[in-house]
Each structure stands twice: as structure tokens, then as C-alpha cells.
Ligand binder design. Structure first.
Ligand code: CU
Length: 148
């Protein structure tokens, strides 16, 4: 084999490896994204869902409930009831993560995002901002209290 043939062979082998890796990865991604809600159907509030307004700001989370009461850094919900969080921000981009629910939603100024969920177990669950948003970013955390 001359030098040119070796280069063709090397290029072909690399291409085959990359295409194979891409196909494996694509299969994995398609197999694991079936149940993720898409942003397009993320603007209508489901029937029987209670809306809670969520405002992120440097550096706290404020929750406003249907009866106009508010709480800061603690989210109060009831088990077995469906909620819709409408999330926005007063200043910079924040990102609300509630790991126990698998809920993560960006808080973007002038661009409300929403996510719906139904807590299934009572307890106290941590939530936090997972988008670096300034020097006291680490303080943007609190608890979701799920009561009976
Ligand atoms: Cu933040």
C-alpha cells in the first residue's frame, strides 16, 4: 500500500467509527426523550391545575398563590393536587430545579415558562437555582413543603 492508500483507508475507518457512534447516540437519545413535555404545549394550563406564580430574582424565589398570598424560598403544595408553576424573573436568567419532581424550568425576564406537576408524597424537598446568576447564587435555594 502506498502512502495515499493508507490515508484513504485511515479516513474511511475514522468515518465509519464516527457514523457508528452517531447512530448509537441518536438511538439512545430517541429512546430516552419520549415523555419529555415539549415547549409548544407548555402554555396552556391543564384543567384542575392550580397556578402558582414563581418569580426569581437576585437572590431568592418568590411564590404567589391563587389567593394572592406569597412566600419566599418555601413552596407550599398539597399532595395529590396538580399545580402549574408559571416562572419568570425580575432581573437575570435563573433556573428552578426541583430534583424530587424531575422539574427544571428557566426563569427568564419577560418570557414566562411553565411546568405542571402533581406531588405524590408528603415531605420537605429541596429546590435550587441551577443557573449561575451572580455572587449570591448559592443562596437561591429553599424547600418545597408537600402537606396532606
Ligand atoms: Cu438564580
Amino acid at each position: 500500500m502506498n502512502r495515499r492508500q493508507v490515508e484513504y483507508l485511515f479516513t474511511a475507518v475514522v468515518l465509519i467509527v464516527l457514523i457508528a457512534a452517531a447512530l448509537v447516540n441518536l438511538g439512545y437519545v430517541l429512546g430516552h426523550t419520549q415523555n419529555i413535555p415539549q415547549p409548544a404545549d407548555n402554555k396552556t394550563v391543564p384543567a384542575n391545575s392550580t397556578v402558582i406564580q414563581v418569580l426569581g430574582y437576585q437572590w431568592a424565589w418568590q411564590f404567589t398563590y391563587a389567593n394572592n398570598t406569597t412566600s419566599t424560598d418555601t413552596l407550599y403544595v398539597t399532595v395529590g393536587h396538580e399545580y402549574t408553576l408559571q416562572v419568570t424573573s425580575k432581573d437575570v436568567i435563573h433556573d428552578l430545579l426541583i430534583p424530587s419532581l424531575g422539574v427544571q424550568v428557566y426563569a427568564v425576564p419577560d418570557h414566562p415558562n411553565q411546568v405542571s406537576f402533581e406531588p405524590e408524597k408528603t415531605g420537605k424537598y429541596i429546590f435550587e437555582c441551577v443557573e449561575y446568576c451572580g455572587e449570591d447564587h448559592y443562596l437561591m435555594r429553599g424547600y418545597m413543603v408537600v402537606s396532606q
